[in-house]
Design a protein around this ligand. Sequence first.
Ligand code: FES
Length: 285
Amino acid sequence: MHDHNHECSCKDHGQTNPLVPTMVKVQKIVDETSDVKTFYVVGENGIPFKVMPGQLAMVSHVAIGEGMFSVSWQDDDHLQFAIKRVGLLTDALHEIEVGQTLGVRGPYGNGFPVEECKGKDMLFIGGGIGLAPLRSFIKYCFKHREDYGKIQIIYGARSYDDLCFKRELFEEWPQVPNCEVYTTIDNAEDQWAGNVGFCPAYLEEINPSPQGRIAVTCGPPIMIKFVLQALEKMGYTDEQVITTLEMRMKCGIGKCGRCNIGSEYICLDGPVFNLAQLKKLPPEW
Ligand code: FES
């Protein structure tokens, strides 16, 4: 029998066993695009665990299984997950309705270096669903607005429909003091009056100076590749550029062996790295 009135470190105790999920209720679902939904979940006693920007959690569907997803924000009442429909598990998650139950456990990963970035200007460059993990850092900067300098967000997607978090992008974020939001889509559309073209090219056109600025990027690998090249050309040092290899996270605890690059495990040291750290890894990322 456990005495639950003291700090229990017993592995059988749900709160200290990292593999036991907490059951949470879906309280709200937002359709972001035709294949991305944001799920707002809450536990019986509120938020099941505290998450820092850039960390992930394992989300489980009772009938199908579980998968690792970045937490796109933790507000006072919910954990938020923006989930793109890409296969069996995410198809099943997209069928979930408000009031139904999911399991969550975590958090996993190191998260973004929110402390080290204090006092800096912040440049976020996101592509497609890659804005989901960046959003947690962006909203953290907004919440602690006086701790960060100018905030610039450059975000691209294939089409207008594929732009996530539209209300925030077009209505809320541009209202934040000293914040600029730039959006672009790959190909022209009748109703779209904004920029057309790929994110890296738009970044070079906007050309934010590297002076006192940290760049944080997440998106499809091909976009990240060209964004990194563009930032280098613009004079950013490897220490000023941060990305997340969160797509590699599977078990999150060094057990499954599916996140390794050479002998390094992304889940144990990352998934957030600056470019200087990444360049020390074998060139497989
Ligand atoms: S994610 Fe399983 S070992 Fe790293």
